[in-house]
Design a protein around this ligand. Structure first.
Ligand code: PGA
Length: 259
């Protein structure tokens, strides 16, 4: 099965020139990788340039671009917001929805996230739906927390739209740290089984098996191999390491060589 490696550039870098430089360094590697789908999610303002560069290539399918968010309405008077069609028309095929930083700093609730997921899936955009707990407690309440995030986020969504859904498990306590502070592969393995069971309850056995689950939170070249081999996930959502082409390319090559 192909691996999915998504770069979340967050609010970086600060110029288009830099963005293009990073992108082109990554592009050199992705064109050679047959077993990895790479998605770069830059800030909106760089999508036109990077989306254009992707659509001109014959290896379009191995390197794609995505948005870091969209608004839940298709069009209208919503100052400052960006619609699904706007990003699709710029060449984006993916969108990250429900990232913990948006939940924390922008006040995104499960209800808002649910509306965004619905709009994106209805318009054929692939959704990277982020879930993750703030902390782990011995009683295991964090498991209920994750279950609730998934159930609320996917409420009322037609089963036939689930083919474009990807779940990104990102424990908040593991984000933006050094590789050694990432979650360990054993926990991720258990969590991926748990998430699949939650999905089973929502969409049934057959469909739940096909949904990609990826891990995010301090993925670096040093831990990528063990996390991918033993973590039971189908890929990564990579933050800080995706802005350093040398590191991101190493992660891509590791994903390509995983048996
Ligand atoms: P990180 O970010 O790799 O810097 O931990 C991951 C994310 O927030 O998506």
């Amino acid at each position: 099965m192909k691996k999915l490696i998504v770069a979340n550039w967050k609010m970086k870098p600060s110029s288009l020139k830099e963005a293009k430089k990073i992108f082109n360094e990554i592009k050199k590697v992705t064109s050679k990788l047959k077993k990895v789908d790479t998605v770069i999610c830059p800030p909106f303002v760089y999508l036109p340039a990077l989306g254009d560069s992707v659509s001109k290539q014959t290896w379009r399918l191995s390197l794609q671009v995505g948005a870091q968010d969209i608004f839940y309405e298709d069009k209208g008077a919503f100052t400052g917001e960006i619609s699904v069609m706007m990003v699709k028309n710029l060449g984006a095929n993916y969108v990250i929805i429900g990232h913990s930083e948006r939940r924390k700093y922008l006040g995104e609730t499960n209800e808002i996230i649910n509306k965004k997921i619905k709009t994106a899936l209805k318009n054929n955009l692939k959704v990277i739906f982020c879930v993750g707990e703030q902390e782990r407690d011995i009683e295991g309440n964090y498991l209920y927390f994750i279950k609730n995030e998934i159930e609320e986020g996917l409420k009322g969504i037609s089963r036939k739209l689930f083919k474009n859904l990807i779940i990104a498990y990102e424990p908040i306590w593991a984000i933006g740290k050094k590789g050694e502070d990432a979650d360990n592969s054993e926990d991720i393995f258990q969590m991926s089984i748990y998430i699949r069971r939650v999905l089973l309850g929502i969409v049934g056995k057959e469909l739940s098996r096909t949904i990609f689950i990826i891990y995010g939170g301090s993925v670096e070249p040093e831990n990528a191999e063990s996390l991918l081999k033993e973590g039971g996930t189908q890929g990564f959502l990579v933050g800080h390491a995706s802005l350093v082409p040398k590191n991101f390319n190493k992660i891509l090559k590791i994903a390509q060589n995983i048996k």
